[in-house]
Design a protein around this ligand. Sequence first.
Ligand code: MN
Length: 240
Amino acid sequence: MHSLFISDLHLHESRPQTTRAFFHFLYTQAINAETLYILGDFFDAWIGDDDESELAQDIANGLKILNEQGITIYFMHGNRDFLLGNTYANKAGMTLIDDGIVIDLYGTPTLLMHGDSLCTGDIEYQKFRAMVRNPQWQQQILAQPLSARRALAAQMREKSQSMNSLKAEDILDVTPDEVISQMETANVTRLIHGHTHRPARHPLVINGKPAERIVLGDWHESGWCIKADQTGIELIDWKL
Ligand code: MN
């Protein structure tokens, strides 16, 4: 048995090749897994579960079929799809998990994050994050009509160059000290995250022990996943 991790697909109507690649991944790779972890920015934008786009419905149906085959699916919010709620998660057969959760991955305690909280160098962004992750702010936004939320999302995208780009150089990288501090606090020697679009395996030392930070890639030109089982862990990519 094995588990798979993906993040940063940025699914959107304008990138049908990524949607096709995801369905191919679902029915050729994920179907053989025990658990699928989706670590945020799965959708490029999300303004509420009541925005029933064809893309969102197709993806929910695909995930639901996988879940009905016995694969457990976990979903962590990213900075693009933080408004995805339990209504959609239920429809897709997914369970929402918190950013910063520690799982037992075949005997190795593993910290899972989207990754944006590690980019502490961007003070403006961290202020923005604190605002949009506040449940009261989210309730206020979700109480507005869909048309108003669409306008707000368009306005936010216009304001932020980095919101329009999937290029790694337009996204700030993690703060190394913050990585160490979070891993020490969680008492883990392994961290898996996405967000930065800089897929890599980084050896580290945490609390005097050898440790590793593994970063997932976005699905712009290649598909990326992490495969973990009893024997170890692999970062895998393939051309889209
Ligand atoms: Mn992100």
